[in-house]
Design a protein around this ligand. Structure first.
Ligand code: TXA
Ligand code: MG
Length: 316
């Protein structure tokens, strides 16, 4: 198991010598290494069992660092950065050669993001390099939103876990590129409505199973090990009445003899709260004794769209 704490100088020292540190962000925990050090970045791929075709997001302290790593910044990208950084928005920009090809899986763009989490911000300000960091989970599994989630699965493969408590947003960042018109590649912690309010319509290109531009969009992703089905729980329940069922509901409680565990994401019906709790709830049900997980869709607006996207990818 890894050491867990809030020692930024220790995290810095480990990262400087090419080690791995799990870092808290407002979205999910990341598995970080020096983005400019190929040997260190290789360790990330190994620790996660992540295929090399899946590129890593590079975390910077603020917008001032962007042109050190990107060739250019389209005006709409600058507008979004000014409005939403630090925050749950990753922007794909043409990369400079200082960013190793390994980080971008050979693609000519780099995903940059400034995370809105105080410990990680302090750490980034201490460092002279940016941090490459995918979500700190084994490839394909549910992303971690607490230090203990990281420790449970990757504790023996990271040198230190920086503990920032529970992530405040709870789903991964929204990813946008400019081609040259804006394209959202992953619906995430910044609502698409917020983006369109500032820059107008955006194209959504988030569903392909083998899209080389956003491999994080692989159809089976964020998945628990138990079978999970999403739909109308009242209709699904009779089909699983002879199994031990775990229910993941949005707002209401369900009753049924087969239900052995139930988690209500937001009794008040707030999609932000539901997003914040989603991955923790999926993990809890996955680790419980239930045999099958039944979930329901949430309202498809704001962060509800990110929740439904994750539910769809986690489900059969
Ligand atoms: O919220 C987040 O984005 C979290 C925290 C730790 O920052 N990170 C995260 O990383 O979710 P990861 O690796 O689990 O998902 C990032 C996805 C990749 O799978 C890939 O689809 C996309 O971002 N991506 C990264 N760099 C890219 C690039 N250069 N071109 C296209 N897509 C890229
Ligand atoms: Mg991930």
């Amino acid at each position: 198991m890894a050491d867990i704490g809030t020692d930024i100088l220790r995290a810095k020292e480990i990262l400087q010598r090419g080690g791995l540190v799990a870092i808290p962000t407002e979205t999910v925990y990341g598995l970080a290494a020096n983005a400019l050090d190929v040997t260190a970045v290789t360790r990330i791929f190994k620790a996660k069992n992540r295929p090399h075709f899946d590129p890593l997001i590079v975390h910077v302290s603020d917008a001032d660092d962007v042109l050190t790593y990107a060739e250019s910044l389209p005006p709409q990208a600058r507008t979004l950065m000014n409005a939403f950084w630090p925050g749950p928005l990753t922007i794909l920009l043409p990369k400079k050669s200082i960013i190793p090809d390994l980080v971008t899986s050979g693609l000519d763009r780099v995903g940059l993001r400034s995370p809105d989490q105080s410990l990680t911000q302090s750490l980034l300000k201490e460092l002279t390099f940016p941090l490459a960091a995918p979500s700190a989970n084994p490839f394909g599994y549910i992303s971690p939103t607490k230090a203990s989630h990281v420790n449970d699965q990757l504790g023996d493969r990271v040198d230190y876990i920086l503990d920032g408590g529970e992530c405040s947003v709870g789903v991964e960042s929204t990813i946008i590129g400019f081609e040259p018109t804006p394209v959202v590649h992953r619906i995430g912690g910044l609502a698409v409505e917020q983006i369109t309010k500032l820059i107008g319509d955006v194209q959504l290109r988030t569903s392909s199973g083998s899209n080389p531009h956003a491999p994080g969009q692989l159809d089976s992703h964020y998945a628990p090990r138990k079978p999970m089905f999403t739909g109308d729980i009242e209709k699904l329940l009779p089909q699983y009445s002879n199994q031990s069922v775990g229910v993941l509901s949005f707002q209401q409680a369900f009753t049924g003899a087969a239900i052995h565990q139930q988690i209500i994401l937001s009794p008040s019906g707030n999609v932000d709260e539901a997003a914040q709790r989603l991955f923790s709830a999926m993990r809890e049900l996955d680790q419980s004794s239930v045999e099958v997980i039944l979930a329901e869709w949430v309202p498809d607006e704001g962060l509800g769209r990110a929740i439904n996207d994750r539910l769809r990818r986690a489900s059969f």
